[in-house]
Design a protein around this ligand. Sequence first.
Ligand code: FAD
Ligand code: MG
Length: 348
Amino acid sequence: MKVAKKIYIAVLLIVVVMITFTACQNKRENGTQPKDATTFLMGTVVQMRVYGSNAQEIIDNSFARLREIENEMSTNIVSSEISRINTHPGEDIKVNADTYRVIKKAVEYANLTNGKFNPAIGPLVKLWGIGTENARVPAEDEIKEALKLVNYQWIDLDDEQMTVMLEKQGMSLDLGAIAKGYAADEVRRIVKDSRVVSAYVNLGGNVLVIGEKPDGTPWKVGIQDPRHNRGNVMASIDVRDKTLVTSGNYERYFEMDGVIYHHILDPDTGYPADSGLLSCTIITTDSFDADALSTSIFILGPAKGLELLEEIDGVEAMLITKDLGIILSSGIEGEVDILNDDFQLNGM
Ligand code: FAD
Ligand code: MG
């Protein structure tokens, strides 16, 4: 089976599980019929549920906006702004406000994490090809060569002109760890502008809920069991007006000689991050930050990751360690329902 098809099916599975979590009760307890829609954008399954008479219009507008963001920021689209930056090193490339904001925030997170979160990761992502049919374990010298170009300090930003320049030939930007978060927040803006108070969007694991369910109960969101492909929930959490974004080693990977090589790369080693975590879920209000943070903390590992969390207000996290321990930040202790006895709560 082709890799893209496998990813599509796997992501579809979790969508089904998450819907069953929330769907059945909604229809029974409240006369309001939700409108559900699923599409494929940004290399992943996007699923929406909206309550309200104008639900279809909101879904159409949201999907159109997501398509717009994809066209601006995809490395797979040759006419995107990111591709234009990547193919014109040494030139100031004028970009629109969306792209500029996402690159700017990505560089802020690079500074915050000492470069572990690194939007200049492009050459390394391309070399490994994880999630594509060209996935392979590169030779040491290839990794060394790619690493020479992974330096976010060589991304020049001009706030006045909204231009972006890569200083060195061969560098490339990759916003895969942050742009879906920005996109989820944009969906929320569209929903809220339409005065809808109850909706849900899932961009392949970036979940954002608006309000509560129409029956007044919170949304119940499942946390993926990191030992399996999508579709296996090991915990759930009740939320209102929140986003839950997970970075995990199960999301995109290939296996060779019994070793799993996943898609979140450590810019210091050039290899998939091996920080002791299987997954990191961030729970907060803005998906933009949650996306950047979930990737950052996954790479930093539990100790440094939790240190970083302490610097930021209003952000909670659920970490799953390699030995199936669960670490919860203090604000969500008692809020998470563990559904699988294999996992042990370690606390902080
Ligand atoms: P995250 O943890 O949020 O991000 C992991 C991703 O970030 C990696 O896949 C890599 O791209 C990048 N990354 C790796 N290491 C680092 C690091 N140290 N610092 C910063 N970033 C890092 N996929 C396709 O197969 N086909 C497509 O056409 C396609 N189009 C896309 C268009 C857009 C605009 C975006 C945002 C993504 C697209 N994707 C596409 C990517 C796909 O959806 C990824 O699986 C997704 O972005 C990874 O997100 P995640 O939530 O699984 O993991
Ligand atoms: Mg991320």
